[in-house]
Design a protein around this ligand. Structure first.
Ligand code: HSE
Length: 309
């Protein structure tokens, strides 16, 4: 058994339009690099080798909190030292906190002979997500652990994740450089939903899952719409309507807000279309005078994995 492992833990899209807190998709890139080393010193020590000034106190760091949860279930493990190099910018809406939390627990589990199941790793990592956003949601954690396309069927009383393969897809994400905190963008959400809207929404969720399972891109495209969460968050995401219009004109299948924003994602059949869609969405933010980054990449079939000892 090695004493130290390096894990790559991927960015993820959560919600996928209509599937608030339920649906998720793993991306090939960007990813966080997380080195986990066993230590004879009890507890967890975190070091960040990136420019983002994230907290290093394990009680306030997503990876630290996730590892403390794992240590509670494996007291014989004693302690871990963790070095995190974030490839995913915090607050970008592509599962930055989930990637670090998942990378840490996948690394620790490898050092413990993989004694925990993926479902248990989701449970530990979700403790970190609760610190980051104030809510125990697993829609970024699940695809970061399992890869592909995931459905969080339940988080209580027990975690129940359905891990599915995704058809070949290329994702274009535009990340405008504005801050939208997940905790704030959850505060604007309605507490109650009219039955009529709820019916349309769960019809779309069913259509989207069926579209993924049958690689029916047209069905995916017309099922992504979110009638409940996106309208409430729209004022927080400048350029969303224009970015969607131009992305669809450039050939995207469809898309929406990535997680709680501010990023916007679009699904595409080919790399060339995804590149064109990324450029088209970028032009909207150039016109608005807002700096942005564009990521283009394929969906990842695998979740976080050990890449070297
Ligand atoms: N499902 C979450 C939300 C994802 O939309 O608030 C945020 O990380």
């Amino acid at each position: 058994m090695p004493d130290s492992v390096l894990v790559h833990s991927p960015a993820t899209l959560s919600n996928l339009g209509c599937g608030f807190d339920v649906l998720g998709l793993a991306l090939e890139a960007p990813y966080d690099a997380v080195r986990v080393t066993r230590s004879a010193t009890p507890g967890v020590r975190i070091q960040h080798l990136d420019p983002y000034h994230l907290p290093t106190d394990p009680a306030h760091n997503v990876a630290g909190v996730a590892l403390l949860a794992l240590l509670k279930a494996a007291p014989d493990a004693v302690g871990f030292d963790v070095e995190i190099t974030k490839g995913i910018k915090p607050g970008s809406g592509v599962g930055s906190s989930a990637a670090s939390a998942v990378g840490a627990v996948v690394g620790a589990n490898a050092l413990l002979g993989n004694r925990f199941s993926k479902m248990e790793l989701v449970d530990f990592a979700m403790e970190g997500e609760a610190v980051a956003s104030g809510a125990r949601h697993a829609d970024n954690i699940a695809p970061a652990v399992f890869g592909g396309f995931t459905v969080v069927r339940a988080v209580t009383p027990a975690i129940d994740i359905v891990a599915l393969a995704a058809p070949p897809l290329w994702v274009a994400v535009v990340h405008p450089q504005i801050e939208v905190k997940t905790s704030d963008s959850r505060k604007v959400l309605p507490a109650d939903v009219p039955l009529k809207l709820a019916t349309r929404q769960w019809a779309n969720v069913a259509g989207l899952v069926a579209g993924f399972l049958t690689a029916d891109y047209a069905l995916i495209g017309r099922s992504l719409d979110d009638y409940i969460v996106e309208p409430a968050r729209l004022p927080l995401i400048p350029g969303l309507a224009a970015a969607r219009r131009r992305a669809l004109a450039a050939g995207a299948i469809g898309g929406g807000i990535s997680g709680s924003g501010p990023s916007i994602f679009m699904l595409n059949k080919t790399e060339a279309t995804a590149q064109a869609v990324g450029t088209a969405m970028g032009e909207v933010f150039t016109e608005l005078g807002i700096e942005f980054h564009v990521y283009v990449g394929p969906v990842a079939t695998e979740g976080a994995r050990v890449v070297s000892a």
